[in-house]
Design a protein around this ligand. Structure first.
Ligand code: GLC
Length: 485
């Protein structure tokens, strides 16, 4: 099983391995209520998550759930219930944590609009397990995973070729990346228990907080305004210029400035003659444009995708989503140009982080990669839905010294759809395997390099000569079968 708390939604999924390298995936998604993102007590949020896990089990694993409830009623453990943690659950928790064990990590800080001071410094696995146990659910939090780590894992397993992905990255509500590093290169002292037999470790970079001092990041008065009125001023400065949660707000702040400027006639055709729709333009008083976070980034995708001569799709969207009635063609063109500039800046900044990891990895000059692509797994609403986002990333990669035209051709950026969930479930499986092995056995089997490990994971699937991943959605979302981008 896997759950994913990462931003806008909480997702629960269970994965059944069919033994033939395919699996079935049951999946549910619920928006996280805004008030819980800034709850007083950590337990308010975590109790909500546990309740969602319970609903999911009842809905998708009803038989199992019933049997478990019946059995536990007849058991003789101290609190009257038997400890039957049947499901091993991977917990994708996409916030910065100091991880000190496979299922133990202390929250460093919240990001992406969450702000529950009570949770800071606490073990987030224990917080969730406590609420799960209160409901007597047959679930054990077996692994703590950042979404980028899950994405790296899932992409390494699914991406075609001999070598695994070198980077798992998220460009969604937030942005971040994880890659595999040699232990010998790590400078920070590491707390907690970990297996060092491979000589490597996955690093969650938390690049969203890159250059919080603004030494090199571009900065405008709108970036400043956004930061000042955020719940975490001064941090996640790179993320605040790159990810989906923030781009719409930057656009909104620019637009409000232009609307207020008497010298500029944006959304202000008061004479129907000056408007190509022969109407006057009005902005409803309750339009999201006048509210913080009131302009959802998704309208920027509509703007980028609308290539009709009159921008009629975007203008329709301005009416229905932002209550800006009868915008003129010039209004829509201005909106589109500003939105594109913000989106393009985000994509080019994204390329900086990707390029840094590619160059740092040395893979472009590694003989083992001579005939292999440098594979990067990505996920997130921005990279999935913002038109030309990947194209703009490549445009920028080609301009980076040390990568250039030739290097960019060797980089493959592929979507790892739902990678964080699938990756977390895979990691939970491995964690369950680790639990059942003796320490000695773990040490004996542990001496594998990363690529041997990936190869082992994949070889079983290949030997069956069928696509590695066949995902069947069992819920209301549309059925989907996927092997790669
Ligand atoms: C934020 C979180 C990080 C996460 C990223 C993408 O930057 O701090 O942990 O990976 O968002 O969801």
């Amino acid at each position: 099983m896997a759950v994913d708390l990462g931003g806008t939604n909480f997702r629960v999924c269970s994965i059944k391995l069919n033994g033939d390298s395919t699996f079935n995936l049951a999946y549910s998604k619920v928006a996280i209520p805004k008030e819980l993102m800034v709850a007083k007590k950590a337990s308010d949020l975590f109790a909500f998550l546990a309740r969602e896990i319970k609903h999911f089990l009842q809905q998708h694993h009803g038989d199992h759930f019933e049997q478990h409830s019946r059995r536990r009623m007849t058991s003789s453990s101290p609190d009257g219930y038997k400890d039957e943690h049947v499901f091993r659950m991977g917990f994708t928790f996409s916030f910065p944590v100091q991880q000190i064990g496979i299922n133990k990590g202390y929250l460093i800080r919240w990001t992406k609009g969450f702000d529950i001071p009570d949770a800071i410094g606490k073990d987030v696995c224990a917080l969730l397990q406590e609420e799960i146990d209160k409901l007597h659910l047959p679930v054990k939090v077996a692994a703590l995973v950042n979404d980028t780590v899950g994405t790296l894992m899932a992409r390494s397993y699914t991406s075609p070729g001999k070598t695994g992905a070198i980077l798992g990255a998220i460009f969604g509500t937030g942005t971040n990346g994880a890659y595999v590093e040699k232990l010998s290169k790590l400078k920070k002292p590491l707390a907690g228990e970990y297996d060092n037999s491979t000589g490597e470790m996955v690093i969650n970079t938390e690049w969203g907080s890159f250059d919080n001092q603004l030494n090199v990041l571009p900065n405008t008065k709108w970036d400043d305004a956004l930061d000042k009125s955020s719940v975490n001023p001064g941090v996640q400065m790179y993320e605040k210029r790159v990810s989906g949660m923030f781009l719409g707000e930057i656009l909104r702040l620019v637009l409000v400035d232009l609307i207020k400027d008497p010298k500029i006639s944006l959304f202000r055709d008061e004479n129907s003659n000056s408007n190509d729709w022969h109407s006057t333009t009005t902005i409803a008083q309750n339009s999201g444009i006048y509210r913080q976070w009131g302009l959802d980034t998704s309208i920027m995708s509509v703007a980028a995708a609308d290539n009709t001569p009159e921008l009629s799709i975007l203008r329709q969207e301005l009416e229905t989503v932002l209550q800006i009635y009868a915008p003129s063609l010039e209004d829509a063109q201005a909106f589109k140009a500003i939105a594109n500039a913000i989106g393009r800046r985000a994509a080019r900044l994204s390329a900086v982080a990707i390029a840094a990891i590619v160059l740092h990895s040395g893979k472009l000059s590694d003989p083992a990669y001579k005939d292999e692509p440098i594979d990067i797994g990505v996920d997130g609403s921005l990279v999935e839905h913002y038109p030309y986002f990947r194209d703009m990333i490549f445009e920028a990669l080609r301009a980076v010294e040390g990568i250039g035209e030739e290097g960019a051709k060797r980089i493959r950026i592929g979507i790892a759809k739902d990678g964080s969930g699938v990756g977390a479930a895979l990691i939970a499986l491995i964690a369950a395997g680790m639990e059942s092995k003796s320490a000695a056995a773990t040490a004996a089997t542990g001496k594998k390099t990363n690529s041997q490990f990936i190869e082992e994971l994949r070889s079983e699937a290949r030997s069956k000569d069928i696509p590695m991943f066949t995902i069947k959605r069992e819920d209301s979302e549309k059925a989907e079968t996927t092997t790669d981008e």
